[in-house]
Write a protein that binds this ligand. Sequence first.
Ligand code: 5GP
Length: 212
Amino acid sequence: MSNNGEIRRRGLMLVLSSPSGAGKSTLSRALLADDNAIRLSVSATTRARRPGETEGKDYFFVSPARFEEMVKADAFFEHAHVFDHRYGTPKQPVVDALRAGSDVLFDIDWQGTQQLKEQARDDLVSIFILPPSHDELERRLKARAQDTDEVVTRRMAKAAAEISHWPEYDYVVVNRDVKRALEQIKAILEAERARRTRLVGVGDFVAELTKS
Ligand code: 5GP
């Protein structure tokens, strides 16, 4: 048996969380475009679709009744109320991806991260993205034209509460510059991929290396 220099590994769960306006969506998109080994976990939500969003790609947009059915059927890895809506991570695609050695990216809030930590600590790598300053956070929130003024004000008020959860994360990245922040996230991902405990095939690899 030849191992082609590759060690079989278990996939990891990479969580990116941040207050709205820290630039997390831009970073997630850039990471997914750059790295074929990671795929996005598409959440289900009861909120309305925003212009430019695609069903099944950005979210599965479901009714509150359907969401509740999925909760009862134990179809979610985690779920939470965020703002006035419900959000949840479908379980089976994640289980399948990790087993197949693919990494999964999660754009979820601190509540979801805590639930994933309880259920899958060894598979989880969590990064909290911070905006560079108060003024910049405010500016970015106002630039999101899709939301009404009232929503922006509420989100600004909630940002401080969300930011207070940074100590629950493995890594913190300040998004001063998208290119630099992306480099940091990629470096974290590369290092975590080499973690011995994820390399389930290392025993076979070493046996092949040292066979007589
Ligand atoms: P938005 O409505 O702007 O897309 O997302 C609002 C918030 O919900 C973001 O902080 C996002 O990370 C979070 N969110 C999206 N999907 C999920 C999910 O499946 N679970 C949890 N816990 N939070 C989510």
